[in-house]
Design a protein around this ligand. Sequence first.
Ligand code: MG
Length: 252
Amino acid sequence: MTIIIKSEKEIAAMRRAGKIVAMILKIMVGKIRPGMETKELDIIAAKELEKCGARSSFKGYRGFPANLCVSVNEEIVHGIPGKRVLREGDIVSLDFGAIFDGFQGDVALTVGVGRISKKAKELIDTTRGALEAGIKAARDGARLGDISHAIQNYAESRGYSAVREYTGHGIGRDMHEEPQIPNFGPPNSGPVLKKGMILALEPMVNIGDWRTRVGDDQWTVLTADGNLSAHFEHTIAITDSQPEVLTEEVYA
Ligand code: MG
């Protein structure tokens, strides 16, 4: 396994890509309302990407037809935006990647549509917390399994499950670089983390079981048991102190 260590110059470029994806994601989140079709989000993404001189990492990736993934309720990831209408009480996960000046940024979050149930809100908060726990574990000298374990432990100790069949990943000039980053596993295992590694951490957390299935469109990944799922992702840089979140803008 070769994990690419980025130079300061490359990290600066990734900071710009990260800022763009986070900013565009924030714009899309601001437009979410009951009654909208999910494809409206794809139209916004296309328009904002063009303004920034960036392009989607997802469109055309293995034939994926849209600029971002939109996954609703029991859909976990890889949903294709289309004619589906968002309803009050739905939860919707947006996963968005873009390439700018040769480098990738990747970010995701789950938000409620209008008023949502307490159960749905707690799932969203737990998934965001699992990502934060993973980020905290991503220190120079720690090991990859420490991140995986932190995410799993955060989700499972609260009675949720972390999806096992899809992972986070290294990121740079390519959207998916080494290493794969499972959302479960033993601590103190796997490669040692080093300053200059750039990782996309992305816990997917389910209310029910961690097992998944793929939908009829051959893209959308759903919970096998039909229960709700949420997804959060940040692109982060390992530093010699705490990790730098390159896609932080989304919370600004
Ligand atoms: Mg990703």
